[in-house]
Ligand binder design. Structure first.
Ligand code: FAD
Length: 358
């Protein structure tokens, strides 16, 4: 049986919930399909020590402030999961769990959404599937011959799993720095980054990043010079554990190596380091494979958008993947505004579709 809500939101993480909040306010009939069996999106899978880089009040979705976490200025991931679960319940958002969407097809005036649990037909789709399910691994020679363990950020949980080991952490972003800091005390750590690590000033946290990202987007929208936004400030937020490890001299980065062999890594100058484990903190790509049947071309794995709307398929909106879908839209506080804009555009589209039917 095909179900026919006006709108299907694909993905029930923070972006999907923010979209749901605004669709509900506008009186749109919708459903949220989420591939996981429990609420919380990617936050459910974070490593044990992960804390937000902004205080709770600056990490809120529309309508409901995130309560502070007792004893923590920067809440941990379990607090975010609890907040998202509560948010979903509070606004009675219709999330269907365990519904992994395989494909979205054009179907006359509709889009047809095919999940492993059934088929939906809708006038519009908001895709909010995040990036966590699409870890990126660089093509470094020798990856297949290394005999130790290799994992990506998504597989990392806690330093105790690697106690006493020789561990290589690859990546100079926030995940790499935080995981390196986590491992610095209990392992023989080598932290490898493509360029020297760039720490943001210690007093800059997610609040400032949000302001900078918003100012950049405004400048671009108004045709002013690109300020380079957050990227101009540095790559790594100096959250307390990172700051402590850095100040203790435990976060010294080595340049990127040339290749791996059976036992470890080799640099271009002939140096080598043996390793038990390599952890690739090398980022993510947007999880968009379900949209492949729509044939929307894009640069760097993105789909061309005007705001959140796909330029070549106006019934499709993309939400939460990064700045290309709204300033800071891949953050808790940043996703609210693009979610509101997407919901409003869709409500307008539905009105037009309704007029044409009469
Ligand atoms: P997700 O949380 O990934 O949710 C997407 C949902 O869609 C998931 O439940 C997924 O299973 C589901 N899904 C995927 N594909 C399908 C499909 N085909 N069909 C159905 N369901 C599907 N942001 C902040 O605001 N503050 C921070 O301090 C912060 N720290 C971060 C630290 C790290 C290490 C990382 C990686 C990110 C951090 N972020 C932070 C960024 C951001 O908040 C997260 O990336 C956030 O999880 C993105 O939310 P989302 O809803 O877009 O995606």
């Amino acid at each position: 049986m095909t179900r026919t809500p006006q709108v299907v939101v694909i993905g029930g993480g923070q972006a999907g919930l923010a979209a749901g909040y605004h669709l509900r306010r506008l009186g749109v009939d919708f459903v949220i399909l989420d591939g996981q069996s429990t609420p919380g999106g990617a936050w459910q899978h974070a490593w044990d020590s992960l804390h937000l880089f902004s205080p709770a009040a600056h990490s809120s979705l529309p309508g409901r402030l995130m309560p502070s976490q007792p004893g923590e200025t920067y809440p941990d991931a379990s607090h975010v999961v609890a907040y998202l679960a509560d948010y979903e319940k509070r606004y009675d958002l219709p999330v269907q769990r365990g519904a992994l969407v395989q494909a979205v097809h054009r179907d006359g005036p509709f889009l047809r959404i095919q999940a492993d649990t059934g088929t939906w037909q809708a006038r519009a789709v908001i895709s909010a599937t995040g990036t966590w399910t699409r870890p990126f691994l660089p093509a470094v020679p020798g990856r297949e011959v290394f005999q130790g363990r290799q994992l990506h950020t998504v597989g990392y949980r806690r330093p105790g799993d690697f106690a006493g080991q020789r561990v290589i952490v690859v990546g100079g972003g926030n995940s790499g720095a935080q995981i390196a800091a986590d491992l610095a005390h209990d392992t023989e750590l080598t932290w490898v980054t493509q360029r020297p690590p760039r720490f943001l000033a210690d007093d800059i946290d997610g609040r400032a990043l949000f302001d900078v990202a918003t100012a950049r987007r405004r400048a671009l929208d108004e045709g002013r010079t690109d300020t380079a936004g957050v990227a101009a400030l540095g790559d790594i937020v100096a959250v307390p554990p990172v700051r402590q490890a850095r100040d203790a001299g435990l976060l010294k980065a080595s340049p990127m190596f040339l290749r791996l062999d059976r036992h470890g890594i080799l640099w271009a100058d002939g140096r080598r380091a043996s390793a038990d484990t390599v952890i690739w903190c090398t980022g993510f790509r947007p999880a968009l494979s379900h949209l492949a049947p729509l044939g929307l071309r894009g640069v760097r794995g993105h789909i061309a958008t005007a705001g959140t709307r796909a330029v070549d398929e106006p019934r499709l909106h993309l939400l939460g993947y990064g700045d290309w879908t709204g300033p800071a839209s891949a953050t808790l506080i940043g996703v609210g505004r693009p979610a509101r804009d997407a919901a409003r555009e869709i409500a307008e589209l539905l009105k037009t579709a309704h007029c044409h039917r009469r």
